[in-house]
Every structure is written in C-alpha cells, then in structure tokens.
Design a protein. Sequence first.
Length: 202
Amino acid sequence: MKIEGIVKTSENRYLPRGTLIIKDLTSKMSLPKVITDDAIWIYKKVVKHNIRSKSTKKMMAACIYAAIRRSPVTSRTLNELARVSNENKINIQRSYRMILSEIEIKPGIPDPAQKISKIINGLHLSPIKTELISRISHKILNRAKKSKKRYGKNPNGLAAAAVYLACKEKKIKRTQKEIAVLSSITELILRQRKKELEKFNT
C-alpha cells in the first residue's frame, strides 16, 4: 500500500471520533466555534503525522489546549480543560508538548489581562467597585509589561496578583486564598507573582 493510502486510512479511522470528542468538549466549555475548528485542524495534523497517543482523549484535549493557547482572545485554564475532559492535566500538558515537538504551531502566550474579568466577577463586588478594581488591575499589569525586566509567564498568577494588589490598594478585603481559588492557582504562586508585580509598581 502506498504511503498516501496509509495516511488516508489512518485519517478515516481516527478523525470522525476525534472530531466528535473535540466538539463535545468545546461545547461543554462554551468555547467559540473558531477554537473548535482550530482544534480539529490541529488534530488532523496530529493524525497525519501519526503522533503517538493520537487516538486518546488526552491528545484531543491537548489539541483544544493548543487552539486556546494560539488564540489572542479566548482564555481557559488547563485545570478547566482537565476537569471537563476528565483527564489528568499533566497528561494533557505532555500531549501538548508532543504536538509542539512534531508540528509547527506557534503556541503563543496568553495575555494575563484577558483573565482579569473572570477573577473579578467571582468576587461579586458592586458594579462601581468591579469597574474600579478592573481598571487598577489592568494598570498594574501594563506597568509590568512596559518594564524591560523579565517576569513570570503564568497568566493566571499574574492576573490574580494584579487583582489582589488592586483590592489591597482600595482597601477591599479579599484573601489570597479566595483569589487563588478563583484563578485556579495556589496561594504560593499568587504570592510569588505578587512580589514580582510589586517591583514594577513601587
């Protein structure tokens, strides 16, 4: 059998199931169609390149994660994806790295500013305070971006730290634990990112 025929057989075998699972997961996460389509496109590449574990759900979840990471506007955490897919987040991460090593995909780095609104909404502040904390949080992140110094890349951690510092500045009592939970990070990560942001905002 020619190589083209083998590839075609593999695609016919795996793509229908993979496409259905990706559509199901993105639907459960309320992700936009552009993310679903991109995840399916990435999965087609995975099948075409015959990447190991291509038939597993964790690989399909990794394709969704890759699509999210490529998006400039869509933001979801790895914890959310792991919970919805019922897969271990470390396994999804490994599959994601496998994809990057085999396929030329620009991963991109999510903008922490995209995650601020979700965290603040979880604090259930008044509309006025919500707007105030959002504005200050974005200012804190912008100062860090303008700095030539390097800072941590964890977008959830940076967003959480910015919101915490904004609340602290305006004397709105919210604990590190509360904000860490809303951000799907640990209190330790929040404290680390807080120290980094404080360097740029003194």
